[in-house]
Design a protein around this ligand. Sequence first.
Ligand code: IPE
Ligand code: IPE
Ligand code: MG
Length: 236
Amino acid sequence: MARGLLARLSLDPADLPRHVAIIMDGNGRWAKKQGKPRISGHKAGVVAVREAIGTSVELGIDYLTIYSFSSENWSRPKDEVRGIMSLFVEVLAKEVRELNEQNVRVRIIGDLSSVPARTRRAFEDCCASTSANTGLTLVVALSYGARADIIAAARRCGGGEVDQDAFARELSTAGMPDPDLLIRTSGEKRLSNFLLWEAAYAELYFTDVLWPDFTRESLLEALVDYQGRSRRYGGV
Ligand code: IPE
Ligand code: IPE
Ligand code: MG
């Protein structure tokens, strides 16, 4: 299935990113365009997440990291934050069976200590229930901020002789390959404190599509664009 699809798009199966990271932005603007409350944009965003997971599974991508809630997003109106935290609980309960069927392993990065207990438990249960899966690793960045993650890693390193690999092993992304492709939707062109260390050599892809409108085709388009890049890592 994936092979036929790849051929049709002239995507080279040998040159797919191992790790795709996505800043899923634009839910609020999507809702506003429809004259609906912001939370309905977040709900519509869940459908796009499901589709991105399905496409990644189908293509055999190893890691998909999704920026779901940033450490700065706590500054949003209480109602919106509460709505998002409840949405996580609702969605995880509904999706865990499908994730297991897709052989998806869920992993969380971020500061879970500030996440309400009910939401934290829902994520912990989902991670535990999917931990033996061997397909796609879905990394959910939740209450995540790269600067805080870097500071925490620096503290754990304790100031001794540290090289880059040893430092990276203290980050919450320890053991994961760096993202090859970093996508941001909604037309904003910034990193907003996402994977600052890990994305050092990521290919950046920006699209005006608002996250709830980001389909399987949108992801495939990003991959076609990625395959047109020349990754030089400072060489020639
Ligand atoms: C991204 O959409 C989702 C989260 C940050 C939780 P936004 O809610 O930021 O949508 P816009 O940027 O306001 O349109
Ligand atoms: C980044 O989006 C965080 C997530 C997508 C979860 P924001 O909407 O919070 O970023 P800014 O405020 O536009 O930089
Ligand atoms: Mg936004």
